[in-house]
Ligand binder design. Structure first.
Ligand SMILES: Cc1cc2nc3c(=O)[nH]c(=O)nc-3n(C[C@H](O)[C@H](O)[C@H](O)COP(=O)(O)OP(=O)(O)OC[C@H]3O[C@@H](n4cnc5c(N)ncnc54)[C@H](O)[C@@H]3O)c2cc1C
Length: 461
């Protein structure tokens, strides 16, 4: 009987799954596997990391489904190049199937796994799954990858409209899943303890059921997305990013949802999903961006900010209410609204004059939806070091951003209770006498604006 393994990574679902579809089509028996990789886990300094619980919830969701078919999900713990290879050998599998991951570490890991599998006569197949268009599928007129988003998006949409099969729905029939008695089911083992973490309760619980609930809830709100998406106090965005990051739903589910409505909100929402593809393409084709500025010249900048300013930013005590509320929200929930990511990132780089890499790293530690490509893209956009970034002289004013996007101070009040008594006029820039329990601004915005323009001037010519 021909047996294969489907190795799940950032694709924790049982529907519309390219690798699973191909494994089930080509083999009589398929075993699902997930591997906790110490290389990734060891980098997580907070042993109550929300993402570990989110992943376990997602795995439990999968297991609950496959158990109904008399099958199982095998969970491994160890270096994938050892664990996946020896598990495949133990099952006498002919092949290992997985979906492509474009992060530099993942690419290295996968080529090592492939090499080791080949050495023992096992095939390794990878599929495009987490993006609609990958690598060099969307090219400009001269055959080069785009470095500007709008023409990329236009070409992306054109390509999608030209051929329906760019959005396949990989229909999965689970009947060929291997009947495999697995005493170490996700539910029966204390996986948190086994891999050295403590259980947490992410505000957004993991798994496909939750993802689909969120998508369903968002659909009637989609027409208002173009305006509502900028207001952090509103539930105006889909909140799907942790689910798409871990693959609890597919990117094709999202694109189909965006295409199912004909209104401005749907158009803008789809465009955000295209940004995601864009940043994955940039990371894949320019892997140096993981460590360096996309516009290499910008690495000449001498960042002048102080370590204690960075600490105040991390802890939400800069004395700038919107920035502090956003950072406290991130620290408490692992979530942050896109408008606030732009405000806090711009503030760190262009008001506190701190290297974007510090902020990127902090977000990477905290975000439930942390995704290297999108996070790096967002930070390089905000710091003006990235491709198609905002120009360096565009500096968000944290006070006017606050007045514009949290005009009543509803979001600020939620995360800074010591300001909750202030009026909608005072809350954006609290008068010290009225807010004795809150922090004085650690810097003067106006003064730092001038410093930032000087600091960035090294790359002007
Ligand atoms: C400094 C900074 C860091 C960021 N870090 C991440 C990150 O680690 N992971 C992450 O998924 N997104 C990141 N983003 C992008 C964006 O903030 C989040 O995707 C968005 O807030 C998620 O909320 P949502 O699911 O409600 O999005 P919606 O507004 O409902 O958008 C739908 C989906 O489109 C994608 N998307 C939306 N905006 C962007 C964008 N600007 N870039 C790429 N994809 C986008 C997401 O997958 C999102 O789920 C970052 C942005 C900035 C400015």
């Amino acid at each position: 009987m021909s047996t294969a393994i489907c190795w799940m990574r950032r694709d924790l679902r049982l529907h519309d799954h390219a690798a699973l579809f191909h494994a089930l089509s080509n083999h009589e028996s398929v075993q699902l596997v997930f591997c906790f990789d110490p290389h990734i886990l060891n980098k997580l300094s907070d042993k109550s990391d929300l993402r570990v619980s989110f992943i376990l919830q997602s795995l439990q969701d999968i297991e609950a489904e496959v158990i109904k078919k008399g099958a199982s999900l095998k969970v491994l713990f160890g270096l994938p190049e050892d664990e996946i290879v020896s598990f495949a050998q133990s099952l006498k599998a002919q092949a290992v199937y997985c979906n492509r991951d474009y992060e530099p570490y993942a690419k290295k890991r996968d080529s090592l796994v492939e090499k080791k599998l080949k050495n023992v006569g096992i095939e390794f197949f990878q599929y495009k799954d987490s993006v609609v268009f990958e690598k060099t599928e969307v090219l400009n007129g001269s055959g080069a990858v785009y470095k500007v988003f709008t023409p990329y998006k236009n070409k992306w949409l054109e390509k999608l409209a030209a051929q329906d099969n760019h959005l396949p729905d990989f229909k999965i029939s689970l009947k060929n899943l291997r009947e495999f008695k697995n005493p170490e089911s996700v539910l029966s083992v204390d996986w948190h303890a086994k891999i050295g973490f403590t259980p947490t309760h992410p505000l957004l619980a993991g798994g496909t059921h939750e993802a689909m609930k969120r998508l369903k809830k968002f659909m009637p709100a989609m027409p208002q997305y173009a305006e509502a998406r900028n207001i952090p106090a509103l539930d105006g965005t889909s909140n799907l990013s942790p689910y798409i990051r871990h693959g609890c739903l597919s990117v094709r589910d999202m694109v189909r949802a965006g295409l199912s409505q004909k209104n401005e909100g749907a158009t803008v929402w789809l465009s955000e999903v295209v940004w995601r593809d864009f940043y994955h393409m940039i990371l894949d084709t320019h892997p140096y961006v993981e460590k360096e500025s996309f516009k290499r010249d910008y690495d000449k900048i001498q960042w002048l900010g102080k370590k204690e300013w960075f600490e105040a930013w991390c802890e939400g005590r800069t004395g700038f209410p919107l920035v502090d509320a956003a950072m406290r929200c991130l620290n408490q929930t692992g979530l942050m609204h896109n408008r606030l990511r732009m405000v806090t990132a711009s503030f760190l780089c262009k008001t506190l004059l701190i290297d974007w890499r510090w902020g990127e790293k902090y977000f990477a530690e905290k975000l439930l939806d942390f995704d290297l490509a999108a996070n790096n893209g967002g930070w390089q956009w905000s710091s003006s070091t990235g491709c198609d970034a905002q120009p360096y002289f565009r500096i968000f004013n944290p006070y006017s951003q606050s007045e514009k996007f949290d005009s009543e101070g509803i979001f600020i009040r939620e995360f800074i209770p010591e300001l909750s008594h202030l009026s909608a006029t005072d809350i954006h820039c609290p008068p010290p006498l009225l807010a004795p329990d809150y922090y004085a601004p650690i810097v003067s915005y106006e003064k730092m604006r001038g410093e930032a323009l000087k600091m960035y001037s090294v790359i002007k010519n």
